[in-house]
Design a protein. Structure first.
Lengths: 295, 318, 375
């Protein structure tokens, strides 16, 4: 027997009995919902088009490898140090936050469970996710930069503080989704907890953990506030963890407040670069979820 | 496998087990320590300002670092105003989109809409800020002035919608924030709407309700708790947003009713003034950060509280 | 599938924009040829720039930013192993960063306050003057290309006592000009600024009875929009075209270099001798000639005497610690300062800064020897 779509069948029952004013209200409501979608989609489309169009003036391979002109009113490409900086700072932050966050989530879900310490850590992680990003920057400034100077590492620390709660939370959720009988089966076969966790639970939750981590990385790559007082400024690429550095987001912020068209053009191209980077990370995260999560 | 080697395996494994457990425990503790450190250091560094200004830190309208006056009220006001504007613009739109996706959109279109929302969600705030300061603010100034001229006869409106000077204003900041928080409110609201039992919806339709009446009568009552929670989450995010706001708000610390006037907000002034601040000024800015954090935590906690109360009352969840 | 939709939409957006992109060719990178200017008027220390090797971080005055950028560019061509990063941020930031030893030198247009001296962790600080330039009153006003302002009028404008462009005070300063009744939009600085300090210092000197807000890196401005850095103020004022739209009716104080680079209209200011003088490097040089520097090389050329002096001539210095702790950095610093005071001076005028008079330069070069560098 064919499945009955109640909605469609019900509408044929409706047409005769519904008054005009009710129908009108329904139509207005439907129009409003379409309008709501347009209200969000149109500005987004406009912003994206603008960034792409304005950024395309300078965006090219050359742009990614040329240094930033020292004279800010000088036209021409170059955000190489910013690209290097963003990759270095975000990469280092990921290397700090992901292992720490995943191990922490493992503790919460596999060992700590509902014990007071675990609950306290969960509460604190929740609280930490509400800390404004600029406060993270101030924190690292006071305890690190004043002692060891401006550096990519300081910026990475600040970003890691931002990423940590997100990674802990998403990883814990993914671990929780792993069915209990997987663990029980593994234990029944004689495996210790750590072996079960490492060999069975983590691989099962891995796609979700990885995609959650990538979303956190995408968010960190776009952050500006934590970097304002921690990394300084350079015009040539600095691949070392120490010493002043710069980042795409910081450069965009800086050039946004300058009246020189040349600098603003570089800002648009940098914005395009950043969006492409963030889109790629988000896309990769989706692909991983889609490809590996269904078993 | 003989008994001896099995036993061997289990004892050898015990050390590894303890080690691994310790490792994860250390990770958990590190997270705890980091957060406590953040809380402790920031509050500690903010104390000189509280000692200097006392309660006037929160109640005074005067922020004059040169004279040692640190009243945070203009910034608290600014943050509140732009967050409210953002939520008032974003919530109807987000609810509309969520409804659109769950009820109205043709099935094939649904995933496109969701993808569009996800795209909006990942755009970094500095890009919104760049667009806001270079494109939106200059062009919207004339719109503001036309609106202002149009509402001139009406007394209340003319205070709230008065002339703008540069287009950088509370309203511009609120507008950009609305764009930024719409995706998250939409996503949560959509999930909540998706949990409305199919039976209830179909029942309403079978009784002759139009789609809108079904939404009003079934979907909304079921989802109010979630919608409130989503709204407050959006509110929290709007209050903490620094960069886009710093670029388009106009950096004018004062308290005025005119939404088209330039103003200032807590995270924005920290970003603008921290670089040069020292001594009590720096402590005052960190104090602003602490205050902002406290307000955000308060909003998140009350969100959870309100959602729980509504759920208990409407659905009898104990 | 969601991912495919995601990709499809993203690709559509990018493809659509590429099709509508106005510019097709990318800009060729500027070869940045700095004409090999040299200046032999004053003899500096003999420093072999090629032997210097260090990275110097700096922040501070946005007033001198244009000069720093040109100087760093030229200096790094001669001292290939030295990198200088000048981050700007305002004189206030430079001084605070120097206090905490976060930077190696600071650019500042204002002096260290006596109560702040103890905050400098590295000990004594030396002032090295490098240039001077006008602070201009830049404005955007449709149909008004020439504007004259007296200090009293300026004071009243920035204290929000004059709110429209056709106010009587402005009319008195500009006999015969037609002024529109546009509201005045005052723009000030949102960051701690040496430019603000000099501007308010000028008003304190030249309009003592009218100006009540005092002098300082930040003052208690009446509510009005604020920009970040000299560049941010220039952006807010704007010239009405394209991306530099700004606001009609805006007025603010901006350094000469940025006002010119942004094509802003600038006003002539009444000096101490009663003459309206347009901002120019010659006007600043006249002011510097009429002023004598103190022993520590600080000086105040504001509202100086003379018929041709520009009244808002602004000094700018580089602040360094007398006792350097790192040999390589100390040598590089000394070398950079030496460059700024000798060959570097040839760059000043090309970026709209006045050269220092010989007397100032000689004293500054002599002070270079007081820098203590560990061996």
């Amino acid at each position: 027997m064919a499945a009955i779509d109640v909605t469609r069948d019900a509408s044929s029952l409706r047409t005769g009995a519904v008054s005009r004013s009710r129908k009108r209200r329904d139509r207005i409501a439907t129009a409003a919902m379409w309008g709501a979608f347009a209200a969000a989609a149109l500005p987004l489309a406009f912003i994206l088009f603008y960034v792409v169009r304005a950024g395309m003036h300078l965006f090219s391979y050359d742009f990614l490898i040329t240094n930033i002109p020292i004279i800010s009113s000088q036209p021409g490409p170059g955000m190489a140090p910013a690209v290097v900086g963003t990759l270095l700072i975000t990469g280092t932050a990921t290397l700090i936050a992901v292992p720490l966050g995943v191990l922490g989530a493992l503790y919460l879900n596999e060992y700590g469970k509902q014990r007071p310490l675990a609950n306290l850590i969960r509460l604190m992680t929740d609280v930490m996710s509400g800390v404004p990003s600029i406060v993270m920057g101030l924190f690292i400034y006071t305890i690190w930069v004043l002692r060891y100077g401006l550096s990519a590492f300081a910026g990475a620390l600040a970003l890691a503080c931002l990423m940590l709660p997100i990674i802990v939370r998403t990883s814990e959720e993914m671990l929780r989704l792993v069915p209990a009988n997987l663990r029980e089966a593994s234990a029944a076969l004689g495996s210790r907890t750590w072996r079960t966790t490492v060999r069975v639970v983590v691989p099962a939750a891995l796609p979700g953990i990885v995609s959650g981590a990538m979303l956190a990385v995408a968010r960190a790559a776009g952050e500006t506030a934590p970097l304002l007082f921690t990394i300084g400024l350079v015009s040539k690429p600095n691949t070392k963890l120490f010493g002043a550095n710069t980042a795409l987001s910081a450069q965009i912020f800086r050039n946004a407040q300058v009246p020189f068209p040349a600098a603003q053009q570089r800002a648009w191209a940098a914005a395009l670069t950043l969006i492409v980077l963030v889109f790629l990370l988000t896309l990769a995260s989706r692909v991983i979820t889609a490809r590996f999560a269904r078993k | 496998m003989n008994q001896a080697s099995l036993a061997e395996q289990r004892t050898g494994g015990r050390i590894a087990d303890q080690a691994f457990r310790l490792l994860t425990l250390l990770a958990g503790l590190t997270i705890l320590v980091v957060l406590v450190l953040i809380a402790f250091t920031t509050v500690n560094n903010a104390l000189p300002a509280f000692r200097h200004s006392g309660l006037s830190f929160l109640t005074s309208r005067e922020w004059i670092p040169n004279e040692g006056k640190f009243g945070a009220l203009p910034f608290i006001y600014g943050t509140a105003v732009i967050a409210v504007i953002a939520v008032m613009l974003a919530v109807p739109v987000s609810v509309g989109i969520a409804l659109f996706v769950t009820e109205v959109a043709p099935r094939r279109m649904r995933s496109s809409v969701v993808s569009v929302m996800d795209l909006l969600a990942v755009i970094p705030s500095v890009v919104f800020g760049l667009w806001g300061i270079l494109v939106l603010a200059p062009s919207i100034a004339s719109v503001y002035n036309s609106v202002s001229d149009a509402v001139e006869p009406v007394p209340v409106f003319t205070t709230v919608f008065n002339h703008t000077q540069t287009g950088r204003s509370y309203f511009t900041a609120g507008l950009i924030l609305a764009l930024m928080i719409t995706p998250i409110i939409t996503s949560i609201t959509r999930e909540v709407f998706a949990t409305v039992p199919r039976n209830d919806k179909d029942g309403a339709l079978a009784l002759g309700a139009t789609r809108w009446e079904m939404v009003k009568g079934v979907v909304f009552p079921h989802s109010i708790g979630g919608m409130v929670g989503a709204t407050m989450l959006g509110l929290g995010r709007a209050m903490g947003e620094t960069i886009a706001v710093a670029l388009v708000i106009g950096s004018t610390p004062h308290i005025v009713g005119n939404l088209f006037a330039s103003g200032d907000a807590m995270p924005a002034v920290i970003a603008n003034e921290f670089g040069e601040a020292s001594g009590v000024h720096r402590a005052a800015l960190i104090g602003l950060g602490v205050a902002l954090f406290a307000i955000t935590v308060l909003v998140n906690v009350s969100a959870r509280f309100v959602v729980r109360r509504i759920d208990v009352r409407l659905r009898g969840l104990a | 599938m969601k991912t495919r939709q995601f990709v499809r939409i993203g690709a559509l957006v990018i493809a659509g924009a590429i099709l509508t992109a106005a510019c097709s060719s990318k800009d060729a990178p500027n070869s940045g040829s700095a004409t090999k200017n040299t200046d032999d008027t004053v003899k500096g220390l003999s420093v072999d720039y090629t032997k210097l090797s260090a990275t110097l971080n700096a922040s501070g005055s946005t007033f001198q930013a244009a000069l720093e950028e040109a100087a760093i560019s030229a200096f790094q061509e001669q001292a290939a192993k030295v990198t200088v990063n000048y981050a700007g941020g305002g004189s206030g930031k430079g001084k605070t960063d120097l206090q905490g030893k976060v930077v190696d030198f600071a650019g500042s247009d204002s002096l260290i306050k006596p109560e702040d001296v103890a905050k400098y962790q590295g000990g004594a600080v030396l002032y090295f003057p490098i240039a001077a330039a006008p602070i201009t009153l830049a404005y955007q006003l449709d149909g008004v290309d020439k504007l004259q302002l007296s200090p009293d009028t300026i004071a009243k404008i920035f204290q929000a006592q004059i709110t429209k462009w056709d106010d009587d005070a402005i009319k008195t300063d500009n006999p015969g000009a037609t002024l529109p009744s546009t509201p005045i939009i005052v723009v000030h600085r949102s960051d701690g600024s040496g430019t603000t300090s000099n501007f308010t210092g000028f008003l304190t000197k030249a309009a003592p009875t009218t100006w009540t807000l005092g002098k300082g890196d930040t003052v208690n401005w009446p509510a009005s929009p604020a920009g970040n850095g000299n560049q941010g103020v220039a952006q807010l004022i704007g010239n009405g075209t394209g991306t530099l739209k700004g606001s009609n009716g805006a007025i603010g104080y901006v350094d000469f270099a940025d006002a010119k680079a942004t094509n802003l209209k600038i006003a002539s200011i009444k000096n101490a001798a009663g003459k309206f003088v347009a901002p120019s490097l010659a006007g600043v040089s006249a002011a510097l000639d009429a002023t004598t520097p103190n022993a520590d090389l600080t000086y105040d050329p504001l509202n100086a005497a003379g018929d041709t002096t520009y009244p808002i001539a602004t000094p700018t210095w580089i602040l360094v610690y007398k006792n350097q702790t790192d040999k390589a950095k100390g040598e590089a610093l000394k070398g950079y300062l030496n460059f700024l005071l000798t060959d570097g001076q040839a760059l000043n005028e090309s970026v709209n800064f006045a050269k220092l008079p010989t007397a100032y330069r000689t004293k500054a070069i002599a002070q270079l020897n007081s820098i203590v560098i560990p061996s």
